[in-house]
Design a binder for this molecule. Structure first.
Ligand code: GLN
Length: 230
């Protein structure tokens, strides 16, 4: 009976990033893709009764691949925006985030976004932070394909600051930057993450229901606490 059930289980392709702590990144010890989103999508698949095949790619590639239908699901700490909603259907929001500026410890010139005009600010290609900088500041925007390159550019003083999602900046600052990268100013723009689907995908409702169940059972909180603490 179990075998018959397995045979009927559909397999869906999932596009994700691998450079976005602690949502999806490569564990340096095991070389495996891990993170909050990876645990979440696996729990959703278990709950909804499907298998997944994960493919890793650059973040901006996911945003363009999902509308084409090349993948069934995209999960990558992707912010729900009106512009993306023109080509992508999102699940219910599953994580509250927002943008924060960070500089090298000891930088006395930049203490908020008001100080970045004329400075070089690093961020990631195709992100909401790149849009924010272009629309709201006169900074020289240097957008890298990988956000870790943007952080390194600040740490090595090739750029003056970095703008990115607060949970990612904070996790990187704590785990990788050894106190050298510090956030400054307020949260600039509240954002929410959603799981992405091609327009009119029937999977969306199934995934939303699975998220509801994981919230009711406490499994969602368990995964959240594992990555973000209480
Ligand atoms: N939340 C940001 C965005 O959607 C960045 C996500 C990421 O780098 N994986 O643009």
């Amino acid at each position: 009976e179990e075998a018959a059930e397995d045979e009927e289980k559909p397999t869906y392709s999932v596009a994700t990033d691998n450079n976005y702590v602690p949502f999806e990144f490569i564990d340096q010890e095991t070389d495996k893709l891990i993170g909050f989103d990876i645990d979440l999508i696996n729990a959703i698949a278990d709950e909804a009764g499907f298998d997944i095949e994960i493919e890793q790619m650059e973040f901006s590639g996911i945003v363009s691949a999902i509308p084409s239908g090349r993948f069934d699901i995209g999960i990558a700490g992707m912010t729900i925006t009106e512009e993306r909603e023109e080509n992508i259907d999102f699940s219910q929001p599953y994580y509250d985030a927002g943008l924060i500026l960070a500089v090298l410890d000891g930088n006395e010139e930049i203490s908020s976004i008001d100080d970045v005009d004329g400075m070089t600010v690093a961020t990631r290609v195709g992100s909401t932070s790149e849009d924010y900088l272009q629309e709201n500041t006169d900074a020289n925007v240097e957008a890298f394909p990988e956000i870790t390159e943007a952080y390194r550019s600040v740490l090595t003083e090739r750029t003056d600051a970095v703008l990115y999602d607060k949970p990612n900046v904070e996790y990187y600052a704590e785990t990788e930057a050894g106190g050298e990268l510090v956030t400054v100013g307020d949260l600039l723009q509240g954002e929410q993450y959603g799981i992405a689907f091609p327009k009119d995908s029937e999977l969306r409702d199934e995934v939303d229901e699975a998220i509801d169940s994981l919230k009711e059972s406490g499994k969602f909180d368990e995964i959240y606490t594992k990555w973000f603490g209480e």
